[in-house]
Ligand binder design. Structure first.
Ligand SMILES: Cc1cc2nc3c(=O)[nH]c(=O)nc-3n(C[C@H](O)[C@H](O)[C@H](O)COP(=O)(O)OP(=O)(O)OC[C@H]3O[C@@H](n4cnc5c(N)ncnc54)[C@H](O)[C@@H]3O)c2cc1C
Length: 391
């Protein structure tokens, strides 16, 4: 187990007049207190007391199903849950079925009930069991509509399988939705089709704003899947997850990216750090134009758009064209000598430090952690070394 102290990116912060995030060392953030998906001051991120959506006894159910990733729902899943909560009337409850462990604040996301199936981890490929679990949940709650995010990471496939198996009506790639209708682009986006709400709604990303003016009841339901229904018929075999070199990963698919800008001069040390951390490599246009990185590494308006959970920008100023490429990243960490660089206003955490020194120190700390553990794996826990430089 990793015993190294790690920087908690959710620690409380205030925004200075320069737009910098100033972390208060020693203070711990409470659950749900921070939201790093949007810009603004710390106070604007706090959950103000919101009213309950409804206190009426439920007579109908809307079911939302989605996979969790490391205990949380991604933006697309939260949007899908929000769609159901916004459509639900006072006598309709919103039940959330989560495949995988979920530790988030389910009421804040708009759900009235949560059914968590921790056994269905994202790393496990179990389409038949998941289909059976979803069918069992539908049988138990008899929802009037089932909502899933239309993604390529499991939910879209599950929704289609369920609709086909249950002979249910379905709308895919839904980009417009209200209580009366859904609409999608069809025929290679040359036409727009609309219909009444089908049994299964597969919602496209960014169709709905997940910020809700209310909260759900947030009740956790203990629910055991009927083993007989949830087991696979053997038609699908899980061959496990194959680890690949992060450098081979398309940047658009990478969950962890270290990126170099004009402030990175020691490229071999930077590449070593990326390999140690298992991160994909990105670069700013200036670093690419200089020949330090190949064009396919460029991130930004005229490069790639990335959606990593963690994006570490070494020596990148954060020009608007670069920021365009990282707008969907979850946690941005900047290492820059200049506290007023625009990247600091976008970053969730800014280290005012020299890129080469930080990279060298991280490489050293990773090597020390590796030899202390006697393993080949190095971990980001070494980031504590930079705590003294936190702003
Ligand atoms: C039409 C158009 C399209 C563009 N498309 C893109 C694009 O897709 N992607 C993109 O990235 N850019 C793009 N650009 C360029 C963009 O405007 C910026 O010029 C570029 O992003 C700057 O790269 P940089 O931040 O690495 O370099 P600089 O602007 O030179 O900034 C370097 C940063 O590193 C810091 N620094 C310097 N030394 C150190 C050190 N030792 N340690 C730590 N920090 C240090 C500096 O304080 C500075 O903030 C585009 C521009 C145009 C006009």
């Amino acid at each position: 187990m990793n015993t190294l102290k790690r920087i908690d990116p959710r620690r409380p912060f205030t925004i200075t007049a320069d737009g910098l995030r100033r972390i208060t060392l020693g203070m711990m953030a409470s659950a749900g207190e921070m939201d790093f998906t949007a810009q603004g001051s710390a106070s604007s991120h706090r959950n103000e007391a919101k009213p309950r959506r409804t206190n009426t006894a439920p007579q109908r159910t809307l079911l939302v199903a989605a996979h969790a990733d490391r205990g949380a729902l991604d933006d697309h899943a939260r949007q899908t849950l929000a769609a159901a909560a916004l459509i639900a009337d006072a006598s309709t409850e919103v039940v959330l079925l989560v495949f995988g462990a979920f530790t988030g604040d389910v009421a804040a996301l708009g759900a009235d009930k949560l059914i968590e199936l921790p056994a269905f981890d994202r790393r496990r490929f179990a389409p038949v069991e998941e289909l059976n679990a979803l069918a069992a949940c539908v049988a138990a709650y008899a929802p009037i509509h089932v909502f899933l995010p239309d993604n390529a990471t499991g939910d879209g496939d599950l929704g289609r399988r369920y609709a086909a198996t249950a002979n249910a009506s379905v709308a895919t790639h839904v980009v417009e939705i209200d209580a009366a209708h859904v609409a999608s682009y069809i025929r290679a986006n040359t036409a727009f089709a609309s219909r009444s709400l089908p049994d299964v709604v597969l919602l496209a990303a960014n169709a709905v704003d997940p910020k809700l003016p209310f909260v759900g009841a947030g009740e956790r339901v203990t629910w055991h899947i009927d083993e007989a229904r949830a087991t696979s018929n053997g038609s699908v075999r899980d061959l496990g997850v194959e680890e690949i070199d992060a450098a081979q990963l398309a940047l658009e698919e990478a969950d962890f990216i270290v990126s170099a800008g004009n402030g990175v001069s020691d490229v071999p040390a930077f590449e070593r750090l990326a390999a140690t951390l298992g991160a994909a490599i990105g670069a700013s246009r200036v670093a690419v134009d200089d020949g330090r990185f190949t064009r396919d590494k460029q991130i930004g308006a005229t490069g790639k758009t990335v959606e990593a959970s963690v994006y570490i920008a070494f020596g990148i100023s954060g020009a608007v064209q670069h920021l365009q490429g990282i707008k969907d990243c979850r946690h941005v960490i900047a290492v820059n000598l200049d506290a007023s660089a625009p990247i600091a206003a976008r970053a969730n955490l800014t280290l005012i430090a020299d890129a080469q020194e930080t990279i060298a120190a991280l490489n050293e700390a990773a090597a020390a952690a590796r030899s202390a553990r006697g393993t080949g794996a190095a971990l980001l826990g070494s980031a504590t070394l930079a705590e003294g430089a936190l702003v």
